[in-house]
Design a protein around this ligand. Sequence first.
Ligand SMILES: Cc1cc2nc3c(=O)[nH]c(=O)nc-3n(C[C@H](O)[C@H](O)[C@H](O)COP(=O)(O)OP(=O)(O)OC[C@H]3O[C@@H](n4cnc5c(N)ncnc54)[C@H](O)[C@@H]3O)c2cc1C
Length: 425
Amino acid sequence: MKFPCFRKLAGADTLYAIEGPRHVMEWQPMGDSKWLIHKHYASDYPRYQWIQELLHEEGEAKAISQEEWQVSLARRTGSEDAENIPQVLSDWSFKANTTFGVDATAKRAVEVESDADVRWVLEQTREAELPLLVLGGGSNVLLHNNWNGLVLKMAMKGVQVLSDDGRELDVVVGAGEGWHEWVMHALDEGWNGLENLALIPGSVGASPMQNIGAYGVEVKDRFLWLEAIHQETGALERFDFARCEFGYRDSIFKQAERDQWVIVRVAFRLDREAPLQTEYGAIQQELQACNVESPSHRDVAEAVMRIRTSKLPDPSVLGNAGSFFKNPILDSVLFDRVKQHHPHVVHYPLEDGRFKLAAGWLIDQAGWKGHRRNRCGVHDRQALVLVNYGGATGQEIWSLAQDIIADVQTKFGVQLEPEVNQIQG
Ligand SMILES: Cc1cc2nc3c(=O)[nH]c(=O)nc-3n(C[C@H](O)[C@H](O)[C@H](O)COP(=O)(O)OP(=O)(O)OC[C@H]3O[C@@H](n4cnc5c(N)ncnc54)[C@H](O)[C@@H]3O)c2cc1C
Protein backbone atom coordinates (compact mmCIF):
# COMPACT_ATOMS: atom_id res chain seq x y z
CA MET A 1 0.00 0.00 0.00
CA LYS A 2 1.30 3.49 -0.90
CA PHE A 3 1.07 6.37 1.59
CA PRO A 4 -0.37 8.90 2.08
CA CYS A 5 -3.94 7.69 1.35
CA PHE A 6 -6.87 10.08 1.52
CA ARG A 7 -10.32 9.59 3.07
CA LYS A 8 -13.44 11.74 3.40
CA LEU A 9 -16.21 11.25 5.92
CA ALA A 10 -19.52 10.52 4.17
CA GLY A 11 -22.00 13.39 4.51
CA ALA A 12 -19.46 15.69 6.17
CA ASP A 13 -16.41 17.65 5.13
CA THR A 14 -13.96 15.95 7.48
CA LEU A 15 -10.82 14.85 5.63
CA TYR A 16 -8.07 12.42 6.55
CA ALA A 17 -4.58 11.92 5.17
CA ILE A 18 -3.26 8.55 6.35
CA GLU A 19 0.51 8.99 6.40
CA GLY A 20 1.46 5.56 7.71
CA PRO A 21 -0.08 2.63 9.62
CA ARG A 22 0.03 4.69 12.83
CA HIS A 23 -0.14 8.31 11.62
CA VAL A 24 -3.21 10.23 10.50
CA MET A 25 -3.77 13.94 9.89
CA GLU A 26 -7.39 14.98 10.31
CA TRP A 27 -8.96 18.20 8.96
CA GLN A 28 -12.23 19.02 10.71
CA PRO A 29 -14.33 21.89 9.32
CA MET A 30 -14.65 24.85 11.67
CA GLY A 31 -17.24 27.42 10.67
CA ASP A 32 -17.39 28.22 6.98
CA SER A 33 -13.79 28.96 6.23
CA LYS A 34 -11.40 27.30 8.67
CA TRP A 35 -9.99 23.86 9.40
CA LEU A 36 -9.24 22.41 12.80
CA ILE A 37 -6.23 20.16 12.22
CA HIS A 38 -5.44 17.14 14.43
CA LYS A 39 -2.38 14.96 14.21
CA HIS A 40 -3.06 11.42 15.45
CA TYR A 41 -0.34 8.96 16.41
CA ALA A 42 -1.61 5.49 17.33
CA SER A 43 0.46 4.59 20.38
CA ASP A 44 -2.17 2.14 21.66
CA TYR A 45 -4.19 -0.66 20.10
CA PRO A 46 -7.67 1.03 19.90
CA ARG A 47 -6.22 3.99 18.00
CA TYR A 48 -4.21 1.65 15.75
CA GLN A 49 -7.43 -0.26 15.07
CA TRP A 50 -9.23 3.00 14.23
CA ILE A 51 -6.54 3.83 11.63
CA GLN A 52 -6.78 0.31 10.18
CA GLU A 53 -10.55 0.75 9.79
CA LEU A 54 -10.02 4.12 8.14
CA LEU A 55 -7.43 2.57 5.84
CA HIS A 56 -9.69 -0.32 4.81
CA GLU A 57 -12.82 1.89 4.54
CA GLU A 58 -14.62 -0.11 7.20
CA GLY A 59 -16.30 2.94 8.72
CA GLU A 60 -18.06 5.93 7.22
CA ALA A 61 -14.98 7.44 5.64
CA LYS A 62 -14.40 6.57 2.00
CA ALA A 63 -11.32 6.76 -0.20
CA ILE A 64 -10.80 9.86 -2.33
CA SER A 65 -7.99 10.67 -4.75
CA GLN A 66 -5.24 13.15 -3.92
CA GLU A 67 -6.77 15.59 -6.44
CA GLU A 68 -10.22 15.40 -4.76
CA TRP A 69 -8.55 15.84 -1.38
CA GLN A 70 -6.67 18.92 -2.60
CA VAL A 71 -9.83 20.46 -4.06
CA SER A 72 -11.78 19.80 -0.84
CA LEU A 73 -8.95 21.20 1.27
CA ALA A 74 -8.64 24.34 -0.85
CA ARG A 75 -12.29 25.27 -0.19
CA ARG A 76 -11.20 26.57 3.18
CA THR A 77 -8.14 28.57 4.24
CA GLY A 78 -5.04 27.03 5.74
CA SER A 79 -4.57 24.75 2.78
CA GLU A 80 -1.60 26.46 1.10
CA ASP A 81 0.82 23.72 2.18
CA ALA A 82 -0.73 21.26 -0.23
CA GLU A 83 0.25 23.56 -3.11
CA ASN A 84 3.84 24.33 -2.08
CA ILE A 85 6.33 22.61 -4.32
CA PRO A 86 10.03 22.63 -3.43
CA GLN A 87 12.64 23.95 -5.84
CA VAL A 88 14.74 21.46 -7.83
CA LEU A 89 18.39 22.44 -8.30
CA SER A 90 20.62 21.09 -11.10
CA ASP A 91 24.35 20.23 -11.08
CA TRP A 92 24.48 20.53 -7.32
CA SER A 93 28.00 20.67 -5.85
CA PHE A 94 29.15 18.19 -3.19
CA LYS A 95 32.32 20.23 -2.75
CA ALA A 96 30.33 23.00 -1.08
CA ASN A 97 27.98 20.67 0.76
CA THR A 98 30.19 17.91 2.23
CA THR A 99 33.08 18.23 4.68
CA PHE A 100 35.53 16.14 2.59
CA GLY A 101 35.26 18.85 -0.09
CA VAL A 102 35.51 16.36 -2.95
CA ASP A 103 34.69 17.93 -6.30
CA ALA A 104 31.63 16.00 -7.48
CA THR A 105 28.13 16.98 -8.55
CA ALA A 106 24.61 15.62 -8.30
CA LYS A 107 22.28 15.73 -11.29
CA ARG A 108 19.46 17.14 -9.13
CA ALA A 109 19.02 18.28 -5.52
CA VAL A 110 16.02 19.39 -3.46
CA GLU A 111 16.00 20.92 0.02
CA VAL A 112 13.07 19.53 1.99
CA GLU A 113 11.35 21.42 4.80
CA SER A 114 8.32 19.23 5.54
CA ASP A 115 6.99 15.68 5.37
CA ALA A 116 5.02 16.74 2.27
CA ASP A 117 8.26 17.88 0.59
CA VAL A 118 9.88 14.51 1.36
CA ARG A 119 6.96 12.62 -0.19
CA TRP A 120 6.99 14.88 -3.22
CA VAL A 121 10.71 14.15 -3.75
CA LEU A 122 10.14 10.42 -3.33
CA GLU A 123 7.44 10.55 -5.98
CA GLN A 124 9.69 12.49 -8.38
CA THR A 125 12.56 10.02 -8.01
CA ARG A 126 10.19 7.08 -8.53
CA GLU A 127 8.62 8.58 -11.63
CA ALA A 128 11.95 9.60 -13.18
CA GLU A 129 13.65 6.39 -11.92
CA LEU A 130 16.41 8.48 -10.37
CA PRO A 131 18.56 7.03 -7.57
CA LEU A 132 18.05 8.90 -4.29
CA LEU A 133 20.72 10.05 -1.83
CA VAL A 134 19.56 11.45 1.51
CA LEU A 135 21.99 13.99 2.91
CA GLY A 136 22.18 16.05 6.09
CA GLY A 137 25.35 18.05 6.75
CA GLY A 138 27.50 15.85 4.48
CA SER A 139 30.06 15.23 7.27
CA ASN A 140 30.08 11.43 7.07
CA VAL A 141 30.13 10.65 3.35
CA LEU A 142 32.77 10.14 0.68
CA LEU A 143 31.58 10.53 -2.92
CA HIS A 144 33.50 8.23 -5.27
CA ASN A 145 31.92 9.69 -8.43
CA ASN A 146 29.33 12.20 -9.57
CA TRP A 147 25.83 11.29 -8.32
CA ASN A 148 23.65 10.49 -11.29
CA GLY A 149 20.47 10.96 -9.32
CA LEU A 150 18.74 13.24 -6.87
CA VAL A 151 20.00 14.47 -3.49
CA LEU A 152 17.35 14.98 -0.84
CA LYS A 153 18.95 17.60 1.40
CA MET A 154 17.29 17.54 4.79
CA ALA A 155 16.30 21.03 5.99
CA MET A 156 13.38 20.32 8.33
CA LYS A 157 13.61 22.62 11.34
CA GLY A 158 11.93 22.97 14.70
CA VAL A 159 12.32 22.18 18.39
CA GLN A 160 9.20 21.27 20.34
CA VAL A 161 8.83 20.27 23.99
CA LEU A 162 6.46 17.31 24.25
CA SER A 163 6.38 16.94 28.03
CA ASP A 164 8.15 18.36 31.06
CA ASP A 165 7.90 17.15 34.65
CA GLY A 166 10.14 19.89 36.00
CA ARG A 167 13.24 17.72 35.88
CA GLU A 168 13.08 15.48 32.79
CA LEU A 169 11.66 16.59 29.50
CA ASP A 170 10.94 15.06 26.11
CA VAL A 171 11.83 17.22 23.13
CA VAL A 172 11.33 16.53 19.43
CA VAL A 173 13.74 18.11 16.95
CA GLY A 174 13.52 18.50 13.16
CA ALA A 175 16.00 16.31 11.26
CA GLY A 176 17.49 19.33 9.48
CA GLU A 177 18.58 21.15 12.64
CA GLY A 178 22.36 21.28 13.02
CA TRP A 179 23.53 18.83 15.69
CA HIS A 180 25.91 21.18 17.49
CA GLU A 181 23.41 24.06 17.34
CA TRP A 182 20.79 21.78 18.91
CA VAL A 183 23.19 20.74 21.70
CA MET A 184 23.98 24.40 22.42
CA HIS A 185 20.31 25.36 22.37
CA ALA A 186 19.51 22.56 24.82
CA LEU A 187 22.29 23.72 27.17
CA ASP A 188 21.05 27.33 26.96
CA GLU A 189 17.64 26.10 28.11
CA GLY A 190 19.18 24.02 30.93
CA TRP A 191 18.22 20.74 29.20
CA ASN A 192 21.20 18.54 29.92
CA GLY A 193 22.64 15.20 28.89
CA LEU A 194 24.08 15.92 25.44
CA GLU A 195 27.04 18.09 26.52
CA ASN A 196 29.72 15.46 25.73
CA LEU A 197 28.46 15.39 22.13
CA ALA A 198 29.13 19.10 21.51
CA LEU A 199 30.84 20.11 18.27
CA ILE A 200 30.07 16.91 16.36
CA PRO A 201 29.28 18.19 12.86
CA GLY A 202 26.17 17.21 10.91
CA SER A 203 22.43 17.16 11.34
CA VAL A 204 20.05 15.89 14.03
CA GLY A 205 18.46 13.49 11.50
CA ALA A 206 21.74 11.68 10.85
CA SER A 207 22.64 11.35 14.54
CA PRO A 208 20.85 8.00 15.07
CA MET A 209 22.19 6.60 11.77
CA GLN A 210 25.54 5.68 13.26
CA ASN A 211 24.55 6.35 16.88
CA ILE A 212 27.02 9.24 17.10
CA GLY A 213 29.26 9.17 20.12
CA ALA A 214 32.11 10.95 21.83
CA TYR A 215 33.69 11.18 25.28
CA GLY A 216 31.79 8.25 26.76
CA VAL A 217 28.29 9.27 25.57
CA GLU A 218 26.28 8.07 22.58
CA VAL A 219 23.10 9.51 21.13
CA LYS A 220 21.26 6.34 22.17
CA ASP A 221 21.74 7.39 25.82
CA ARG A 222 19.28 10.29 25.33
CA PHE A 223 17.23 8.90 22.44
CA LEU A 224 13.47 8.46 22.84
CA TRP A 225 12.14 7.78 19.33
CA LEU A 226 12.41 8.97 15.76
CA GLU A 227 9.96 9.29 12.90
CA ALA A 228 10.89 8.34 9.37
CA ILE A 229 9.19 8.15 5.98
CA HIS A 230 9.58 4.95 3.99
CA GLN A 231 11.26 5.65 0.65
CA GLU A 232 9.13 3.14 -1.26
CA THR A 233 5.66 3.48 0.30
CA GLY A 234 5.80 7.02 1.72
CA ALA A 235 4.56 5.68 5.10
CA LEU A 236 5.48 7.66 8.21
CA GLU A 237 6.54 5.33 11.03
CA ARG A 238 7.86 5.71 14.54
CA PHE A 239 11.00 3.85 15.63
CA ASP A 240 11.44 3.39 19.36
CA PHE A 241 14.76 2.56 21.00
CA ALA A 242 14.52 -1.22 20.49
CA ARG A 243 13.54 -0.93 16.84
CA CYS A 244 16.65 1.17 16.05
CA GLU A 245 19.02 -1.68 17.09
CA PHE A 246 21.75 0.74 18.14
CA GLY A 247 25.33 -0.51 18.33
CA TYR A 248 28.80 1.00 18.26
CA ARG A 249 28.57 3.56 15.39
CA ASP A 250 25.72 1.49 14.12
CA SER A 251 21.94 1.18 13.90
CA ILE A 252 19.34 -0.65 11.84
CA PHE A 253 19.56 2.25 9.34
CA LYS A 254 23.11 1.17 8.43
CA GLN A 255 22.17 -2.52 8.38
CA ALA A 256 18.89 -4.27 7.45
CA GLU A 257 17.00 -1.00 6.76
CA ARG A 258 19.80 0.77 4.89
CA ASP A 259 18.54 3.30 2.29
CA GLN A 260 14.92 2.48 3.18
CA TRP A 261 13.96 5.54 5.25
CA VAL A 262 14.15 9.31 5.43
CA ILE A 263 14.43 10.31 9.09
CA VAL A 264 12.31 13.44 9.59
CA ARG A 265 12.46 14.10 13.34
CA VAL A 266 14.14 12.74 16.46
CA ALA A 267 12.87 12.89 20.05
CA PHE A 268 15.22 13.03 23.05
CA ARG A 269 14.69 12.66 26.81
CA LEU A 270 16.83 15.27 28.57
CA ASP A 271 17.39 15.83 32.26
CA ARG A 272 18.02 19.14 34.03
CA GLU A 273 19.99 17.17 36.66
CA ALA A 274 21.78 14.75 34.30
CA PRO A 275 24.90 13.35 35.98
CA LEU A 276 28.11 14.83 34.57
CA GLN A 277 30.32 12.42 32.63
CA THR A 278 33.89 13.61 32.93
CA GLU A 279 35.84 10.35 33.30
CA TYR A 280 36.45 9.83 29.60
CA GLY A 281 39.41 11.19 27.63
CA ALA A 282 41.05 14.37 28.83
CA ILE A 283 37.90 16.14 30.13
CA GLN A 284 39.05 16.19 33.77
CA GLN A 285 42.54 17.45 32.90
CA GLU A 286 41.02 20.12 30.68
CA LEU A 287 38.69 21.29 33.48
CA GLN A 288 41.58 21.35 35.94
CA ALA A 289 43.76 23.26 33.49
CA CYS A 290 41.03 25.92 33.37
CA ASN A 291 40.64 25.93 37.17
CA VAL A 292 37.04 24.73 37.03
CA GLU A 293 36.41 23.02 40.35
CA SER A 294 32.68 22.32 40.27
CA PRO A 295 31.84 22.16 36.59
CA SER A 296 28.44 22.86 35.09
CA HIS A 297 27.09 20.99 32.05
CA ARG A 298 28.11 23.98 29.95
CA ASP A 299 31.70 23.78 31.37
CA VAL A 300 31.89 20.13 30.26
CA ALA A 301 30.65 21.05 26.75
CA GLU A 302 33.24 23.79 26.51
CA ALA A 303 36.03 21.47 27.69
CA VAL A 304 34.96 18.91 25.07
CA MET A 305 34.94 21.64 22.41
CA ARG A 306 38.47 22.79 23.32
CA ILE A 307 39.82 19.21 23.26
CA ARG A 308 38.16 18.47 19.92
CA THR A 309 39.44 21.71 18.37
CA SER A 310 43.00 20.91 19.47
CA LYS A 311 42.89 17.33 18.14
CA LEU A 312 40.77 17.30 15.01
CA PRO A 313 41.33 19.20 11.76
CA ASP A 314 38.69 21.83 10.97
CA PRO A 315 36.89 20.68 7.78
CA SER A 316 36.54 24.29 6.62
CA VAL A 317 40.36 24.43 6.49
CA LEU A 318 41.28 20.80 5.68
CA GLY A 319 38.66 18.52 4.09
CA ASN A 320 37.85 15.44 6.19
CA ALA A 321 34.95 13.43 7.59
CA GLY A 322 36.24 12.81 11.13
CA SER A 323 37.29 9.24 11.96
CA PHE A 324 37.48 7.41 8.67
CA PHE A 325 37.64 3.97 10.33
CA LYS A 326 35.74 2.32 13.18
CA ASN A 327 37.65 0.91 16.13
CA PRO A 328 37.70 -2.85 15.42
CA ILE A 329 36.04 -5.18 17.94
CA LEU A 330 37.75 -8.56 18.44
CA ASP A 331 36.72 -11.73 20.25
CA SER A 332 39.08 -12.87 23.01
CA VAL A 333 40.84 -15.50 20.85
CA LEU A 334 41.80 -13.04 18.14
CA PHE A 335 42.62 -10.37 20.71
CA ASP A 336 45.02 -12.73 22.56
CA ARG A 337 46.75 -13.48 19.28
CA VAL A 338 47.23 -9.75 18.53
CA LYS A 339 48.40 -9.04 22.09
CA GLN A 340 50.93 -11.85 21.99
CA HIS A 341 52.74 -10.20 19.07
CA HIS A 342 51.97 -6.59 20.06
CA PRO A 343 51.87 -6.40 23.88
CA HIS A 344 51.31 -2.60 23.88
CA VAL A 345 48.26 -2.62 21.66
CA VAL A 346 45.81 0.05 22.87
CA HIS A 347 42.52 -1.62 23.74
CA TYR A 348 39.37 -1.37 25.88
CA PRO A 349 37.69 -4.47 27.34
CA LEU A 350 33.94 -4.59 26.59
CA GLU A 351 31.22 -5.90 28.91
CA ASP A 352 30.47 -8.85 26.61
CA GLY A 353 34.04 -10.22 26.90
CA ARG A 354 35.23 -8.81 23.56
CA PHE A 355 37.90 -6.11 23.09
CA LYS A 356 37.79 -2.82 21.22
CA LEU A 357 41.13 -1.85 19.65
CA ALA A 358 42.19 1.73 18.95
CA ALA A 359 42.23 1.86 15.14
CA GLY A 360 44.30 5.09 15.34
CA TRP A 361 47.04 3.21 17.23
CA LEU A 362 47.11 0.40 14.65
CA ILE A 363 47.36 2.87 11.74
CA ASP A 364 50.03 4.89 13.54
CA GLN A 365 52.10 1.79 14.37
CA ALA A 366 51.80 0.64 10.76
CA GLY A 367 53.58 3.88 9.82
CA TRP A 368 50.75 5.80 8.15
CA LYS A 369 50.33 8.77 10.49
CA GLY A 370 51.20 11.98 8.61
CA HIS A 371 51.65 10.03 5.36
CA ARG A 372 50.80 12.12 2.29
CA ARG A 373 49.88 10.75 -1.11
CA ASN A 374 49.47 13.46 -3.74
CA ARG A 375 46.36 15.46 -2.83
CA CYS A 376 45.25 13.41 0.19
CA GLY A 377 46.77 11.82 3.26
CA VAL A 378 46.56 10.71 6.88
CA HIS A 379 46.36 13.55 9.39
CA ASP A 380 49.61 14.13 11.30
CA ARG A 381 47.93 14.50 14.73
CA GLN A 382 45.16 11.91 14.38
CA ALA A 383 45.86 8.77 12.35
CA LEU A 384 42.14 7.89 12.17
CA VAL A 385 41.41 10.93 10.03
CA LEU A 386 42.03 10.97 6.28
CA VAL A 387 42.35 14.44 4.80
CA ASN A 388 41.88 16.16 1.47
CA TYR A 389 44.68 18.71 0.97
CA GLY A 390 42.68 20.17 -1.92
CA GLY A 391 41.52 18.73 -5.20
CA ALA A 392 41.64 15.03 -4.19
CA THR A 393 39.01 12.85 -5.82
CA GLY A 394 36.88 10.43 -3.80
CA GLN A 395 38.60 7.56 -5.58
CA GLU A 396 42.07 8.77 -4.56
CA ILE A 397 40.98 8.96 -0.92
CA TRP A 398 39.29 5.55 -1.12
CA SER A 399 42.39 4.02 -2.72
CA LEU A 400 44.51 5.34 0.20
CA ALA A 401 41.95 3.93 2.68
CA GLN A 402 42.09 0.52 1.00
CA ASP A 403 45.90 0.43 1.19
CA ILE A 404 45.74 1.25 4.92
CA ILE A 405 43.14 -1.50 5.46
CA ALA A 406 45.33 -4.05 3.62
CA ASP A 407 48.50 -3.02 5.47
CA VAL A 408 46.88 -3.18 8.94
CA GLN A 409 45.49 -6.60 8.01
CA THR A 410 48.98 -7.81 7.00
CA LYS A 411 50.78 -6.35 10.04
CA PHE A 412 48.21 -7.09 12.79
CA GLY A 413 45.75 -9.59 11.32
CA VAL A 414 42.96 -7.09 12.08
CA GLN A 415 40.31 -6.01 9.56
CA LEU A 416 39.51 -2.28 9.60
CA GLU A 417 36.07 -1.13 8.52
CA PRO A 418 35.24 2.38 7.28
CA GLU A 419 32.99 4.49 9.48
CA VAL A 420 32.41 7.00 6.69
CA ASN A 421 29.61 6.09 4.24
CA GLN A 422 31.03 5.28 0.80
CA ILE A 423 28.79 6.62 -1.98
CA GLN A 424 29.56 5.01 -5.32
CA GLY A 425 27.44 7.29 -7.53
C1 LIG B 1 35.59 16.87 12.05
C2 LIG B 1 34.59 15.77 12.26
C3 LIG B 1 34.45 15.20 13.51
C4 LIG B 1 33.52 14.17 13.73
N1 LIG B 1 33.41 13.63 14.98
C5 LIG B 1 32.52 12.65 15.22
C6 LIG B 1 32.38 12.10 16.54
O1 LIG B 1 33.04 12.52 17.48
N2 LIG B 1 31.48 11.11 16.72
C7 LIG B 1 30.70 10.63 15.70
O2 LIG B 1 29.92 9.73 15.94
N3 LIG B 1 30.80 11.15 14.44
C8 LIG B 1 31.68 12.14 14.18
N4 LIG B 1 31.80 12.66 12.92
C9 LIG B 1 30.99 12.11 11.83
C10 LIG B 1 29.69 12.90 11.53
O3 LIG B 1 29.76 14.19 12.07
C11 LIG B 1 28.45 12.20 12.08
O4 LIG B 1 28.35 10.90 11.57
C12 LIG B 1 27.16 12.96 11.76
O5 LIG B 1 26.08 12.38 12.42
C13 LIG B 1 26.86 12.99 10.26
O6 LIG B 1 25.77 13.86 10.07
P1 LIG B 1 25.45 14.49 8.66
O7 LIG B 1 24.17 15.20 8.79
O8 LIG B 1 26.60 15.28 8.18
O9 LIG B 1 25.26 13.17 7.79
P2 LIG B 1 25.61 12.98 6.25
O10 LIG B 1 27.09 12.92 6.06
O11 LIG B 1 24.86 13.97 5.44
O12 LIG B 1 25.01 11.53 6.02
C14 LIG B 1 25.58 10.42 6.68
C15 LIG B 1 24.73 9.17 6.33
O13 LIG B 1 23.43 9.31 6.90
C16 LIG B 1 22.41 9.31 5.88
N5 LIG B 1 21.45 10.34 6.30
C17 LIG B 1 21.72 11.63 6.63
N6 LIG B 1 20.59 12.24 7.03
C18 LIG B 1 19.60 11.33 6.96
C19 LIG B 1 18.19 11.38 7.23
N7 LIG B 1 17.58 12.47 7.66
N8 LIG B 1 17.46 10.25 7.01
C20 LIG B 1 18.05 9.11 6.54
N9 LIG B 1 19.37 9.03 6.27
C21 LIG B 1 20.13 10.13 6.48
C22 LIG B 1 23.15 9.63 4.58
O14 LIG B 1 22.49 9.04 3.48
C23 LIG B 1 24.50 9.00 4.83
O15 LIG B 1 24.47 7.62 4.55
C24 LIG B 1 32.72 13.70 12.67
C25 LIG B 1 32.84 14.30 11.40
C26 LIG B 1 33.78 15.33 11.19
C27 LIG B 1 33.87 15.97 9.85
